[in-house]
Design a protein around this ligand. Sequence first.
Ligand code: PLP
Length: 429
Amino acid sequence: ADAESRFITNNPLSKNQHDLAVISLPGGNTRTLLHTSPFPLTMVQGKGVYIYDSDRHKYLDLTGDLSAGLFGHTPLPPIRRAIMSALDDVGLSMGATTALEQQHAALLCERFHIDHVRMTNSGTEANIYALAAARHFTGKRKVVVFSGGYHGGVLSFPDGKPAANTVDPDDFVVVPRYNDTDAALNVIKSVEEKGQLAAVLVEAVQGSGGVVPGTRDFLAKVREATKAAGAIFILDEVMTSRLSPHGLGVEYGLKPDMLTLGKYLGGGFSFGAFGGRKDVMAVYDPRLRGGLSHSGTFNNNTMAMLAGYTALSEVFTPEASIAFNRKGDAFRERLVAVSRGTKLSFTGKGSLIGVHFSEDGTEDITSGSDLAGKERADLKDLFWFEMLEEGFWIARRGYMALILQTPEEELDRLVGAVERFLEKYRGLM
Ligand code: PLP
């Protein structure tokens, strides 16, 4: 309560802005997960790895726009040049095919080992179109997904069931526990036996579900069972493609039939893509009869095509990806070390980190369900308020996605702040 009342006192202009926002936006909000009580902070500027709120507090941005903001708030020189060139030399969307989409597509195919790809404006759309392809290709409807899986606002499966706004909720069968191989294989088998299985849709690390890495064995067995069932294995790499030079599908040798991409791959602009096997993607070949339509006014917009291509070819090279994720692993290991034996624990892989508070401080979290009944949301809130006061912007839900150019000294500073937090609240930990 103290931390929350200090928050209210310290942020009068964010409060005013929220009061204005509720006039024209429901709850003052247009991205549900950005709402925080008693009111969200309103950010007014981003510069490099820092953001500033209405009351001019400066934060080190550790949320990185939930992984989309890999390159920070000020475009790095090559990306800035690409953006300026898109504006000055090319022009905005032309309502026609361009060489830019071909160039970005070729790079995405090469980098993520897929035959064909198509662009969208978001990861959500990418998953919707990938599912449509799988259904059309197999002539079946049902899709197996995992509790805690998040594939977009209308494709989300918290707590073992489709969220209320899931599209065609009856077509999804949810495996109750991520990383539970036996449960997954049983569900796949039972849907297949009814002749209904079109696809299995899974993340190799559940991102929104708590930054919980899937084990190689679990993913490999699910992949194998999907193949044996004659269904399409769709790996959602919207969040995870940044964790490995060629994505986790390649790192783990999963050979997905389809994969979906998004976030940073538009170089900071709205982006999504889905791709995979040539024969499956052929359902979208407009030259063939009986296929599916896939349209979208901004699918090939100049900014995202050029900024995304430049970001991937010149900035987030395979070498940069390896070095960056090593840095993330080292950082997470330090956080794990300082929090050992407390109610605070950290999960993740490479540059993505989950922050958890539980009664027994378990470090062995292999699925969101492991925390059922043990989660300490009150301590997580306290952590968030205290980190804000220390100048760190972390997603309230307990999520960090590092920005590429975050200086090592700033990460040291966060480790120090976590230690101070644990000391200050020793009695609660
Ligand atoms: N899939 C995963 C794994 C995601 O994490 C997200 C977004 O957080 C999406 C899909 C949806 O992407 P978008 O927000 O671009 O629609």
